[in-house]
Design a binder for this molecule. Structure first.
Ligand SMILES: O=C(O)CCC(=O)C(=O)O
Length: 278
């Protein structure tokens, strides 16, 4: 399984990330990574390991599985965040010489799952602020917009706007009532005011997005294709802790490690350095 990126990240890709807020990067993970992480991800779902958020909708014939912090209890996920090219890809796109690990998350939509992923941006979910928090969303199965591929509003990270955080199970602990709900951009696809970005992806292709980039998905319309995505967040640069944010999001061990509002968390156990320039 490759540790280093297989192709250099180009200046053009960095500029595209900066301009659009999201970019698809292909061909950086070898086939072994893709097969291995698919296997451990499906296994995680089947064993309900990690910290899940169940979406209990009896009218949905499918199943939307979300788990977080898998790498805390599972060496395979830990190995991915510490030893795969994911962290370097995020670092290079954010022009950082070092990135730390924030958290990992699994998003699986079984065939026929009706649940969308509500339009949102990520910062309102998290007790952190900053531009240099890159999410690396890796497809582990084929993904198209029909099978719930992510769609982004191009350039929305520059709106400098926070939308109300809505979890798949609509947990009120995350909802800051001073923030407005993100519009349903599926209704705006024909609106010339917006440009949308989406990609057909194969296993190992990743999307990297800025923490303010607005994104969402529809249902998984396939009756046969499961959609498996592993999303890992890495940070550096201007990232700081933000204890005052209204959110139910808790990083295990963060408070004990002495996080302070306005300061970057640097505890090497809770937020390990995953990649450093040579
Ligand atoms: O895969 C999904 O449905 C949601 C992913 C997402 O919102 C993220 O990784 O930030």
């Amino acid at each position: 399984m490759n540790r280093d990126i297989l192709h250099p990240i180009t200046e053009e890709q960095v500029r595209q990330y900066e301009e659009d807020g999201a970019i698809c990067i292909r061909g950086q993970f070898d086939a072994e990574w893709c097969a291995h992480m698919l296997e451990v991800s499906v296994d995680n779902m089947q064993n309900r390991a990690g910290r899940q958020r169940e979406v209990d909708n009896p009218d949905d014939p499918g199943y939307f599985y979300v788990s977080s912090f898998m790498s805390r209890d599972n060496k395979e996920f830990e190995d991915y965040i510490l030893n795969s090219p994911a962290a370097e890809i995020a670092a290079r796109l954010m022009r950082q010489d070092e990135v730390r690990f924030f958290y990992d998350q699994l998003f699986i939509k079984e065939p026929g799952t009706l649940a969308p992923t509500q339009w949102h941006n990520d910062i309102p979910f998290w007790p952190v602020d900053g531009n240099h928090i890159g999410s690396v969303w890796m497809a582990l199965t084929p993904v198209t917009t029909e099978t719930s591929g992510l769609v982004y509003v191009k350039g929305s990270h520059k709106w400098n706007k926070l939308f109300k955080a809505i979890t798949p199970d609509e947990d009120p602990a995350f909802m800051d009532d001073t923030l407005e709900r993100c519009p349903d951009f599926h209704k705006e696809f024909d609106n010339p005011e917006y440009e949308f970005l989406s990609w057909d992806m194969g296993p190992g292709d990743v999307i990297v997005h800025h923490p303010l980039a607005v994104h969402g998905t529809g249902k998984n319309a396939s009756n046969t294709q499961r959609r498996v995505a592993l999303s890992c967040r890495f940070y550096g640069g201007d990232t700081v802790w933000h204890s005052e944010r209204v959110t139910g999001f808790k990083v295990p061990g963060a408070e004990e490690s002495g996080v302070t509002s306005g300061v970057m968390p640097t505890d090497d156990t809770v937020f390990p350095v995953c990649w450093k320039a040579a």
